[in-house]
Ligand binder design. Structure first.
Ligand code: PMP
Length: 389
């Protein structure tokens, strides 16, 4: 059988402006990047605090490699669990105010592993309809009855919880929605869950480092306690500037994951040097409050500038500031018009976001300057005129 049919399907994606294309980055993560041989000012990285390229984080990685070598060598349960991993887990447990934390090699794997260790076909999982793909996939893989409630709508969630007679009920949501930038309505969602004896799992991939006291994320922001959000996930590839993820929670939760989470058990541990680098970034993330202050200042300035231009934003208090465009083709045109002016921002299209909700996903970082932000606003104004947005 030939691949002709696949070729036709790929061509159709191109016609619909849905084709995804990789670009080659030839510089470190920073506001000024080199992509495919050209220099750009980038507003699409998740390196929200500017730690991915921080000298102390790089130095910790180098020292870690000298001490432990490069590869993790084996899974955590064989002999891949190093002192570096263990120390980072203890520091993450303290950071999140929970008895234990467990490292995973990626956020995708943490979500798949945690959900599938907790529920199966006797159970039900309730997901915000715009949850990250890894949460949705985790729920589908579990075989539990899968339900999506309206975005951030605790009433709609509660109606569904009320009707369910499943053995276990797990409510799952992003802490900061990855394509919208808004926060989960945690008080209302957790109240609804509590009334119906359901567990709450929050994936705060984009909240840690950016919001809450000392960057402690959305649970801290809403002053919630560990018994209101029993399963807390964080990823390390965003504000932490490194790679990997963790789940934090009770002794029983973490021990259950060690016993049953297949994406923990059957994979090589992250390189120990990455754990050492993350320990350095965790210290910086907590100590350097100025990074969050600067980020918040840039967010306010960006939002005010967009309002003046009449661009449509989402009500987001986070560094994720999507500009809503509508059709995929228009989003691609805008992205290209910005690229012509030396600005790099990805167009996000279906199926990552719902039909008709294509957008430019602008992300801000504490490493951007005010001047760079003003360059972005000028370029947006020009692109808007060119594309008739
Ligand atoms: N959860 C959310 C909300 C995310 O946005 C992402 C990554 N974009 C992930 C999980 C996956 O994390 P990782 O990149 O570490 O696999």
């Amino acid at each position: 059988m030939s691949f002709d049919q696949l070729g036709e399907e790929l061509e159709a994606r191109k016609q619909q402006s849905l084709y995804r294309q990789r670009r080659i980055l030839q510089s470190p993560q920073a506001p000024e990047v080199q992509v495919d041989g050209k220099n750009y000012l980038a507003f699409c990285s998740n390196d929200y605090l500017g730690l991915a390229n921080h000298p102390q984080v790089i130095s910790a990685l180098q020292k870690g490699a000298e001490k432990y070598g490069v590869g993790g060598g084996a899974s955590h349960l064989v002999n891949g669990h190093s002192q570096a991993h263990h120390a980072l887990e203890e520091e993450l447990a303290e950071f999140t105010g929970r008895p234990k934390a467990l490292l995973f090699s990626t956020g995708y794997m943490a979500n798949i592993g945690a959900v599938n260790a907790l529920i199966d076909k006797r159970d039900a999982v309730f997901q915000d309809r715009v949850n990250h793909a890894s949460l949705l996939d985790a729920g589908l893989l579990s075989g539990a009855r899968f339900q999506r409630y309206l975005h951030n709508d605790a009433k709609n969630l509660e109606t569904r919880l009320q009707r369910s007679e499943a053995r276990r009920k797990l409510v799952v949501a992003d802490g900061v929605f990855s394509m919208d930038g808004d926060l989960v309505d945690l008080p209302a969602i957790s109240d609804a869950a509590q009334r119906h004896n359901a567990w709450v799992m929050i994936d705060d991939a984009h909240g840690f480092g950016c919001i809450g006291k000392g960057g402690r994320g959305v649970v801290d922001h809403f002053d919630m306690t560990p018994d209101q959000v029993q399963v807390l996930v964080g990823t390390l590839g965003k504000a932490f500037g490194t790679s990997g993820a963790f789940v934090a929670g009770s002794e029983e939760l973490i021990e259950t994951l060690v016993q049953h989470a297949r994406t923990y058990i059957y994979t090589t541990s992250m390189p120990p040097a990455v754990a050492e680098a993350t320990r350095a970034s965790l210290r910086l993330l907590q100590q350097e409050e100025w990074r969050r202050e600067k980020l918040n200042h840039l967010i306010q300035r960006f939002r005010a500038g967009c309002e003046q231009l009449g661009l449509t934003l989402i009500d987001s208090p986070t560094p994720i500031q999507p500009i809503m465009v509508g059709e995929s083709e228009k989003a691609m045109q805008m992205s290209a018009a910005l690229e012509q002016q030396g600005i790099f921002i990805g167009a996000i299209r279906p199926p990552t976001v719902p039909q008709g909700e294509a957008r430019l996903r602008v992300t801000l970082s504490a490493s951007h300057t005010e001047e760079q932000l003003d360059r972005l606003l000028d370029a947006l104004e020009k692109a808007q005129q060119e594309c008739g947005l």
